[in-house]
Design a protein around this ligand. Structure first.
Ligand code: ADP
Ligand code: MG
Length: 246
């Protein structure tokens, strides 16, 4: 994985669910260190797009290249890409029967072959970074939604990924917990992490995004830096969407 290549290059990518054409000729290049926000109506294909990037979904046409590696059927390539792409979901997806610490050490021990001591040390660093080291021995069900989402971010970071993918990380949270999660994401952005965030938190988009992408009906309809995107949206569908959420 060389440093000259973009973080992600998606070329003419098509995806179907059965006969339903969910993603249509997607072209997207993400530079290393770039922060992308994706927004758009429910059902427009945002989750499916980012799930394709780490092969949680397969795609049918075109190509995806991540950090110089082709995302094809080669399992070694898929594994290599998954190691470098951390994913945070709307519903946290922590392992409920494992402690917070074990949630964070499992993949580094299994995949990165770290010793338990090494993995625990890294996990405690990231749990400290998301401001919940004192919760390490608890179980997910004992934590608030905001705390669980911060654990999910820490868990992803423990794999030392090059790229972080966020799928509406705050939309299942009570309003008072949204900022504690966004603060962690802003910190990551400021550290230069390559990020793709599906979110409707437009304050976050204005603050950290290099580019905002609007999707509708399986297509990238419009993309622009945040100021331009919010002040002068060009496409009627973008204008209608922004009119509803702002
Ligand atoms: P978004 O994240 O923008 O709300 P999704 O990517 O979740 O949109 O879904 C895009 C479309 O694909 C929706 O119409 C959804 O119902 C459909 N879809 C999503 N996942 C599946 C699936 N596993 N099988 C069939 N259809 C799906
Ligand atoms: Mg979605």
């Amino acid at each position: 994985m060389t440093t000259q290549t973009p973080a992600i290059r998606i070329s003419d990518m098509d995806k179907y669910f059965g006969t339903f054409h969910v993603l249509r000729k997607i072209n997207l290049e993400v530079a290393r260190g770039e922060r992308i926000v994706i927004c758009g109506p429910s059902g427009s294909g945002k989750s499916t797009l980012i799930r394709c990037i780490n092969r949680l979904e397969e795609y049918e046409g075109g190509s995806i290249n991540v950090l110089g590696t082709e995302l094809d059927d080669n399992i070694d390539n898929i594994d290599a890409i998954r190691r470098e792409t951390g994913m945070v979901f709307q519903h946290f997806n922590l392992f409920p029967h494992m402690t917070i610490l074990d949630n964070c050490t499992l993949a580094p021990m299994l995949v990165r072959k770290q010793s338990r001591a090494e993995a625990e040390e890294v996990a405690m660093q990231y749990l400290t970074r998301v401001k919940i080291p004192e919760q390490a021995d608890k179980y997910p069900g004992q934590l608030s939604g905001g705390q669980q989402q911060r654990v999910a971010i820490a868990r992803a970071l423990c794999m030392k990924p090059e790229i972080m993918l966020f799928d509406e990380p705050t939309s299942a949270l009570d309003p008072e917990m949204i900022s504690e999660v966004l603060d962690v994401m802003v910190g990551l952005a400021n550290d230069g992490m390559t990020m793709i965030c599906v979110t409707h938190e437009m304050g976050f988009a204005r603050q950290v995004a290099d580019r905002v992408i609007f999707m509708s009906d399986g297509e990238i309809v419009e993309q622009a830096p945040p100021t331009e995107f919010f002040e002068t949206p060009k496409h009627a569908r973008t204008q209608a969407f922004l009119g509803q959420i702002l």
